[in-house]
Design a protein around this ligand. Structure first.
Ligand code: SF4
Length: 414
């Protein structure tokens, strides 16, 4: 495979809003496992605007985190981004590549998937940065928190000076490096100024006594403090787009609220765009301007918060919203969505709506691949991957309740 990740004829950047900083089109990621090909992300498209919080919501296994990793080129083997475009707005980068890679540039947008690998790696930090789910397993337990943040600062400084030098000292930290560090304790990767910047960042995210805490190890921090430290590290490159992957899942409720407030403050003060990934509709309702609902590797509905929460079209979105307790009108029982998320194995998915086997409104029209339709003529934001965006439900066309059970039996007999 060539150094440049994407191939094929360029269609240019997708149309969008003038404030878009990111336009993603048809992003697809596959995992090639012994059991078969797993379609973890399937033709995902969305945009993110300057200074907004865009939410991606869905249940576990729906492809949210893999979408985020695909954006920043961090999908590991046996996975691979197999298609799609990630158009990022950066006038300087566009100018740099306009003549060298004309297919990768459209106005001020650059398709990062067509850029050389070293450049894509250098974009991690100043363009995109990520706050991972579990800070305890994301930070190195043998290096102080301040040193790890200072490293991120230093990596960004070196990458700015030379885009090829983006590897940090703790990447691949093993026995050899441990021995070298023990024998030569002063062979520092970081400098006094990068450590001072790390302390500033710790202060910015609300760590008390940051100068002292910077010299402590991850196990000396509480869960909430560690998540703040992770956010500080993600801010080291002053990113345009901060991806927060379930940043509050491992925290108790009061600390969750503090972390969400911190992310909101950072977004408002620095104008950073945030992609908020969560399974929690409450977090989406509280934080986001626009939202995409993911199911089985696809964004099945997207729009503004009011589009999706007040006039949902896709039965999966309706099911998610229907399963939230309403304190003003408590139902005797919550309405669960029957069935389970499909396996995402290519051979089991079939060329149909992926939600059809759980959908109470499945019709014969649903037994074919479903495109994204405009869900509301009055809103240019609201789309749904569902035939109900185009037509009414009809009992006459409804699939019999045992349609998929019978197909399973036939497959089992073969
Ligand atoms: S396309 Fe059909 S099966 Fe799929 S969600 Fe819409 S109505 Fe249900």
């Amino acid at each position: 495979m060539s150094d440049t990740a994407a191939a094929g004829e360029s269609r240019g950047a997708p149309a969008g809003h003038p404030d878009d900083v990111l336009r993603v089109r048809d992003l697809s990621t596959r995992f090639f496992t012994e059991e078969g090909q797993v379609n973890a992300v399937e033709s995902v498209s969305f945009t993110v605007r300057d200074g907004e919080i865009f939410g991606i919501v869905g249940e576990s296994g729906s492809g949210k985190s893999v979408t985020a990793l695909s954006l920043i080129d961090l999908v590991d083997s046996p996975g691979r981004v197999t298609g799609g475009e990630v158009w990022y707005r950066d006038a300087d980068l566009a100018e740099e590549f306009r003549d060298r890679l004309p297919d990768a540039v459209d106005g001020e947008f650059v398709d990062t998937r067509r850029l050389p690998k070293g450049v894509r790696r250098a974009l991690r930090g100043p363009a995109f940065s990520m706050v991972f789910q579990d800070p305890m397993s994301s930070l190195n337990p043998s290096v102080t928190v301040g040193e790890q943040i200072a490293e991120a600062v230093e990596v960004q400084r070196r990458a700015t000076a030379n885009p090829r030098r983006t590897r940090s000292r703790t990447q691949g930290y093993g026995m050899g490096k441990l021995i070298a560090d023990t024998l030569l304790p002063n062979r520092g990767f970081t400098s006094e100024s990068s450590m001072n910047r790390a302390i500033e960042l710790l202060e910015q995210v609300g760590i008390p006594d940051p100068a002292e805490r910077a010299h402590e190890y991850p196990h000396q921090f509480s869960g909430g403090m560690l998540q703040r430290a992770m956010i500080a590290q993600a801010l080291a490159g002053e990113p345009d787009v901060l991806i927060a992957d379930e940043p509050t899942t491992a925290l108790d409720v009061t600390i969750q609220a503090q972390i969400l407030n911190l992310l909101r403050d950072l977004q408002e003060q620095a104008g950073t765009s945030v992609v908020m990934i969560t399974h929690d509709l409450g977090v989406i309702a509280r934080m986001c301007n626009r939202v995409g609902v993911m199911y089985a590797g696809q964004i099945v509905e997207r729009g503004t918060l009011s589009d999706v929460f007040e006039t949902p079209v896709h039965p999966y979105t309706q099911g998610l919203l229907g399963s939230i307790p309403d304190l003003d009108d408590p139902a005797p029982r919550l309405q669960p969505i029957e069935g389970n998320v499909p396996s995402l194995l290519d051979e089991e998915m079939g060329g149909r709506c992926f939600f059809a086997d759980r959908c109470p409104k499945a019709m014969t029209d649903c037994l074919q691949p479903i495109s994204e339709y405009d869900a509301d003529p009055g809103s240019d934001e609201h789309t749904a991957r569902c035939v109900l965006a185009e037509r009414e439900f009809s009992e006459a066309d409804a699939l019999p309740p045992d349609h998929f059970d019978r197909n399973e039996e036939v497959r089992g007999d073969e």
